[in-house]
Ligand binder design. Structure first.
Ligand SMILES: NC(=O)c1ccc[n+]([C@@H]2O[C@H](COP(=O)([O-])OP(=O)(O)OC[C@H]3O[C@@H](n4cnc5c(N)ncnc54)[C@H](OP(=O)(O)O)[C@@H]3O)[C@@H](O)[C@H]2O)c1
Length: 290
């Protein structure tokens, strides 16, 4: 697995990382086997998206076992609701408690990247104001509970604000064939590069929609960074082609793929062994443009 620099942090991250959102509803054994196998194959970057207790408890033993050799992103910006589901919040007390809960249940001392999640353009200034969420993230850094600060968003306008503001070490954004020509994407990536920010790509398979072979699917805005599209997928699209597209974007440090079991992970890890013609994505870029 190739390693890349994560922007201005001193971290070297595997070019493919693992998102754990789709392990949320899976049994504990599946979460353990998927994460163990990912580590065996050189993946060192893991994204822990929510603070929901039963989800964290599934991830905890295996992440703890490998803690010294992996990089973990933990998020602030959602709280567990009474049904055990994540709910967006900007309440400082809730965000603080939920972050401490993540550390406690995972039984670890620190998170590598504390990430302010789901940031919309109209809330950016509030997040950055005195005693806002950014200050909360900084206070966790001061206490040694986090090493770097990131932000995730589905809006290129937020990337522009965050990059110009120069206070973020990483930015998470959906990247896949569909948003190749998204308005503002090229400029946003250029700003990320100029400011040496680590770009963590998400949704390489558009949340799985791109891998619905030979079927017509509706791509939602949250899967594409702002584009709605109904399209028939070709028969021969594959995980390797989707991953190769994203890892080929020079600004990307790592791409977080989601899987729901070991079988999907194995198929996707095939990317590292694929021949150039097997992962050639050039014809798909055009296919998915509006
Ligand atoms: N901070 C944020 O705002 C934020 C937001 C979103 C995501 N993320 C992170 O980014 C990660 C990646 O995004 P994502 O998981 O939503 O999207 P993704 O990687 O584009 O898609 C993941 C889904 O694709 C399908 N898939 C994967 N491999 C497959 C295979 N070999 N064959 C068939 N289907 C396959 C699976 O769903 P099915 O099998 O069910 O189709 C899987 O759950 C998340 O897990 C999360 O950690 C962060």
């Amino acid at each position: 697995m190739n390693l890349k620099k994560l922007g201005r942090t001193n971290l070297k991250v595997s070019e493919i990382g693992l998102g754990t959102e789709f392990l949320f509803r899976q049994p504990r054994e599946v979460a353990k086997s998927v994460i163990s196998k990912a580590i065996e194959h050189g993946i060192n970057y893991f994204d822990v998206l929510f603070s929901v207790k039963q989800y964290l408890e599934k991830l905890a033993p295996v992440l703890k076992e490998h803690r010294e050799n992996i990089i973990i992103t933990g998020h602030i910006g959602t709280v567990e609701n009474t049904e055990g589901r994540p709910k967006k919040t900007r309440n400082l007390k809730e965000c603080s408690e939920e972050f401490l809960k993540i550390l406690k249940i995972l039984n670890i001392d620190y998170i590598d990247v504390i990430n302010i999640q789901f940031v919309r353009e109209n809330e950016f200034d509030k997040i950055m104001q005195k005693e806002g969420l950014y200050d909360l993230a900084t206070s966790f850094m001061d206490q040694g509970k986090a090493r770097f600060i990131g932000l995730s968003t589905h809006e290129t306008q937020v990337i522009e604000k965050a990059a110009n503001n120069k206070k973020f070490d990483t930015i998470m954004f959906p990247l896949n064939f569909i948003n190749h020509n998204l308005e503002g994407r090229t400029e946003a990536l250029a700003l990320i590069k100029k400011n040496n920010i680590g770009l963590v790509a998400i949704k390489p398979f558009a949340a799985g929609n791109l891998l619905q072979y030979n079927r017509t699917v509706s791509f939602a805005k949250y899967q594409t960074g702002g584009i709605s599209l109904k399209k028939k997928n070709p028969r021969d699209i594959s995980p390797s082609k989707c991953l190769n597209y994203v890892t080929s974007i020079p600004e990307v440090s790592t791409v977080l793929m989601g899987v729901k079991n070991e079988e999907e992970l194995s198929q996707n890890l095939g990317y590292s062994l694929s021949k150039e013609n097997e992962k050639d994505f050039t014809k798909y870029i055009k296919l998915y443009q509006l």
